[in-house]
Design a protein around this ligand. Structure first.
Ligand SMILES: Nc1nc2c(ncn2[C@@H]2O[C@H](COP(=O)(O)OP(=O)(O)OP(=O)(O)O)[C@@H](O)[C@H]2O)c(=O)[nH]1
Length: 952
């Protein structure tokens, strides 16, 4: 790996090498020039010595020729050493190869400075053939030739002198020759000098120009290189700018912040976007790396520092997610990524990176994770078995319900093919089912619901299941597996069986219920057997059953019902159907049973019940049953008719004193009457729909003053029949009571009465009414919904409750004693009053009276009517009045038809009287009410209850 330093050096070298080259060239040129000049100078100096040596040699030889002094000759020899040395050097250099040692010696002999020897040799060797040097060498050669001639002369002269053989002429000739040589050598020496001088100048000029040229080249190169560098720098700057722009674009496009940490100097740079992400402006948030610690979420501190340390110690890349506090104080999630720059020793010196807001991603991840957890918890907690497989059918996941269903733990099942763990059969055919995957992946939508399967486990045990399968798809690979959901149907099957049992049976007794009974009866009447068979239907109703309930509670009643059922069942044939039709009513269907046998069986059943010794908590009860019998074959009729006939027959049995069997006879007039009663059901319903009921009011007078109290009256209902004739209540009330229509009639009465009263009360005149008495049936009192209806009506019409007195019959109040007294107490708390109608008719009355919170006792008309003639009736009236008074209740006598009766009642002290002698019933309307407006100053003040909104 190359270090950044060596990279820098290489780049620097790449930039400056041309300069280095030129400088080196310049230096080489300079050094060469100096050498050349130095050598030229040495040659000039040498030549001077050479020339002087020549001249000295000629001079001393001329002197010797005259003086013949050996010393002069020796001087001549010494003087000629320099030219001879130079000659030796030249000749040594002219050899091939040159003899450099001899040449050096020669130059030294030539008197040259040893430091110049190298330059002399170098110049001669390499510039020998250049024109000026060559000319100089020619002159040097020529000079040496003269020195050779001089040597010949010197030798002859010395020989002649030393041998004294020399003649004057010879001497003269020799002197002449010396003179010639001197004359010949002088121009040569001059030429040598000139040539060298010229060469020296030329070389200097040459070197000068060379150096100038080199300098010019250097400048040119410097200019060229600088321009190139400037161009490169501009291009580099452009590229840098472009890169910076791209970087900025990328950064702003990525929406990331940037941080740059100069580790060595501890300086931290945060980009404006970085600061913006934390909610700061660009000139806020300055500081070093410690700033991170201030804003970092305490829980993320350790992991962030660990990531830094890991990266510094060699882990590639720094990538960490943490929460940071923003300027507003809230925390957001960020992802910081970075890379450290290191020095040659690997020590981090700088670190920079990006800073991304990942809060949304984190929230999405958290939501996804919560979703996943929810899905996992859901899968773990749902009752259905969920199995997922890959596309080859190998199991990937089982939820706990699936583990339970197939009897294999998820770990053991993982990776195994489905077929290893269980297989599926069609429940009815027990044929092997196609592999679920093949069925799911074979369909177009991929979803498949298969019901009625049997899942066969590894151990062979079976479970009834329904299966829903669907492919699992992802957005890349398409189908990646299959999910199978198995619903264990075992409980459903049991539940359905139980439901169907419950739908057709009575839970208390286990007998078939009314629905099933009617179904069987219908099947029988529809079947061909009907034609050839004789069947009978019985309707059984226990006598005074509610006495058991009222005195010992419902548990006792239930037990009695169970015991009666058991006994009845024992007395019936196997194919007979005994059903509980409701309450204490039972039905028996006797198939293929002649009338006489049926009557016999009915008697047996009656006797069985009356023989039952039922006791609860030691208290014995005598139990009996009334039975109505219908022979079905006797008159082919509809199912409803048969049932109604049996009901009517049973009713007649009750009417005749109970504990008896009554056979339905079509010509029985009593039965026909009851039967006709049923006709009223439809007529009443139509009358309600068509609003054909109307109200009459009958005055009730106070007997204290002997005058009727105009503002006290009882409302009486009438029905206008289809032909417009008035029908008295006695004609339809029994039917309405028996067939459950009284609550409807009561509601109609209350609505109509309240609306009429409201009209009058709207009037600003004083209220004329003291008491408006309204009859309520037994079915309505004690009914919570009816109570709610009354509250609503009071509120809707703003009727003061103290205006209303509800009349209930003694029998209906006693029949539902506890709920009736609760009902009365609630309304009395509101301000309403109650009177007990037909009092005395029941004669169990007095016992119950103290439990009933009534204000008035209405003495039954049967006692009042004949009291003038019948002392017993009179005594009854007196008794009722006295007991009523003792209990704080006012008394009202009904059926008062004469003034004598009024007088007698007044004598007894009875408080109020009602009857024809007081006033006949009149249509109830505003006129009726206005006629009863009291004299001024006698207006009746009725209080609306406090907080009536709350109460109503
Ligand atoms: N213990 C108990 N009582 C029930 C059940 N269903 C209805 N009853 C009561 O059975 C009684 C039926 O009374 P009725 O048949 O109207 O009157 P009764 O007292 O039998 O008098 P008669 O039929 O006129 O002889 C009512 O008091 C009901 O509340 C039940 O499942 N268990």
């Amino acid at each position: 790996m190359t270090s950044p330093q060596s990279n820098t050096n290489r780049r620097l070298l790449g930039m400056v090498w041309p300069f280095v080259l030129v400088v080196v060239l310049q230096v080489v040129l300079g050094v060469g020039s100096l050498n050349v000049l130095s050598a030229v100078r040495a040659y000039v100096g040498g030549e001077s010595l050479w020339s002087k040596g020549q001249k000295d040699a000629i001079y001393y030889l001329s002197l010797y020729a005259e003086s013949h002094d050996e010393a002069d000759y020796q001087r001549y020899l010494a003087a000629r050493v320099v030219p001879l040395g130079d000659r030796q050097a030249r000749l040594a250099l002219d050899q091939s190869p040159p003899d450099l040692g001899t040449a050096s010696q020669g130059f030294l002999l030539g008197g040259n400075h040893p430091a110049d020897i190298h330059g002399l040799i170098w110049l001669y060797r390499y510039f020998r053939s250049t024109s000026y040097i060559e000319s100089a060498v020619q002159a040097w050669n020529e000079g040496d030739r003269y020195m050779g001639l001089l040597a010949d002369v010197a030798e002859a002269l010395h020989d002649g002198i030393t041998t004294a053989s020399l003649t004057a002429e010879q001497l003269g000739a020799l002197r002449q020759r010396i003179q010639v040589i001197n004359e010949g050598v002088t121009p040569v020496a001059q030429a040598f000098t000139d040539t060298l001088g010229e060469a020296s100048r030329k070389i200097r000029d040459l070197l000068l120009w060379s150096n100038l040229g080199a300098a010019a080249l250097l400048i040119a190169m410097a200019v060229w290189r600088t321009r190139k560098l400037i161009r490169q720098s501009a291009a580099f700057e452009r590229a840098l700018q472009l890169s910076e722009e791209r970087f900025q674009l990328a950064v702003s496009g990525s929406n990331d912040g940037i941080w740059d940490w100069d580790i060595e100097n501890g300086v931290m740079y945060y980009s404006p976007r970085y600061k913006e992400l934390l909610g700061f402006s660009p000139d806020e948030l300055t500081g070093d790396i410690t700033l991170l610690a201030d804003y970092l979420h305490p829980d993320d501190y350790a992991s962030t520092i660990a990531a830094f340390n890991a990266h510094f110690s060699g882990h590639p890349g720094y990538d960490v997610e943490y929460r940071m506090r923003t300027k507003s104080g809230s925390y957001r999630w960020f992802r910081a990524r970075g890379q450290a720059q290191r020095d040659a020793s690997g020590r981090p010196i700088r670190m920079a990176g990006s800073f991304t807001d990942i809060t949304d991603r984190k929230l999405a991840e958290a939501a996804l994770s919560a979703e996943k957890k929810r899905a996992q918890v859901t899968l773990a907690s749902i009752g259905d078995a969920v199995i997922t497989t890959d596309t080859s059918g190998r199991i990937e996941y089982l939820n706990p319900a699936a583990e339970g269903l197939i009897g294999v733990k998820a770990d053991a099942a993982h990776g195994r093919p489905l077929g290893d763990l269980f297989h599926l059969l069609d429940e009815s055919s027990r044929q092997q089912e196609m592999h679920p995957l093949a069925r799911i992946l074979g369909t177009e939508t991929g979803e498949k619901t298969i019901s009625n399967l049997l899942l066969i486990r590894q151990d062979g045990s079976e479970v009834a299941v329904d299966m829903i399968g669907a492919p699992i798809r992802d957005s890349i690979e398409g189908i990646i597996g299959v999910v199978l959901v198995f619903h264990d149907m075992t409980r459903e099957r049991q539940y359905i069986a139980s439901l169907s049992w419950q739908a057709s049976h009575d839970a208390l007794t286990g007998l078939v219920n009314r629905r099933e009974f009617e179904h069987r009866l219908k099947q029988l009447s529809d079947s061909p057997r009907q034609l050839c068979g004789e069947h009978s239907l019985m309707y059984l109703d226990l006598d005074q059953f509610k006495v058991v309930n009222d005195t010992c509670g419902h548990a006792a009643g239930d037990e009695l019902l169970r015991q009666v059922c058991m006994l009845l069942q024992q007395r019936l044939r196997k194919n007979d159907t005994l059903a509980r039709l409701g309450g204490d009513e039972f039905g028996v269907l006797l198939e293929n049973c002649p009338p006489e046998t049926a009557i016999g069986i009915a008697e047996t059943l009656r006797n069985t019940v009356s023989d039952l010794h039922f006791a609860w908590n030691g208290r014995p009860f005598s139990v009996s049953v009334s039975i109505g019998v219908v022979h079905i074959q006797s008159r082919p009729t509809s199912l409803e008719e048969v049932l109604r006939a049996a009901d009517v027959a049973c009713y007649m049995a009750k009417e005749k004193g109970r504990n008896r069997v009554q056979v339905y006879q079509t010509d029985d007039s009593e039965l026909s009457l009851r039967y006709g009663e049923m006709e009223w059901v439809n007529r009443i319903q139509y009358a309600l729909e068509e609003n054909r009921f109307c109200l009459y009011a009958q005055d009730i007078a106070t007997l204290n003053s002997g005058k009727p109290e105009s503002a006290h009256f009882e409302l009486l209902i009438r029905l206008r029949d289809e032909r417009g004739e008035l029908v008295p209540p006695i004609a339809f009330i029994p039917a309405a009571e028996r067939y459950g229509l009284m609550p409807l009639i009561d509601r109609w009465v209350v609505k109509m009465a309240f609306a009429t009263l409201a009209d009058l009360l709207d009037d600003e005149e004083p209220c004329p009414i003291a008491t408006c008495a309204i009859n309520l049936s037994g079915a309505s009192i004690g009914d919570e919904q009816f109570l709610g209806f009354l509250y609503q009506q009071f509120k809707l019409n703003s009727i003061p409750p103290s205006l209303i007195c509800f009349e209930v019959t003694e029998t209906s109040a006693i029949a539902n004693l506890s709920s009736a007294s609760r009902f009365m107490n609630e309304l009395r708390a509101l301000g309403c009053r109650f009177s007990l109608d037909d009092f005395g008719a029941g004669m169990s009355s007095f016992a119950y009276l103290k439990h009933l919170p009534v204000d008035y006792l209405k003495i039954d008309g049967s006692f009042v009517k004949d009291m003038l003639d019948d002392p017993i009736d009179r005594a009854m009236v007196e008794a009722i009045h006295q007991i009523g008074h003792v209990m704080g209740k006012s008394t009202i006598a009904e059926f008062v038809e004469s003034a004598a009766v009024i007088e007698m009642l007044a004598d007894i002290g009875v408080d109020y009287a009602q009857g024809y002698a007081i006033g006949r019933p009149q249509p109830f309307s505003s006129d009726f009410l206005l006629r009863r407006r009291p004299a001024a100053g006698h207006a009746i003040a009725h209080q609306m209850p406090k907080g009536k909104d709350v109460i109503f």
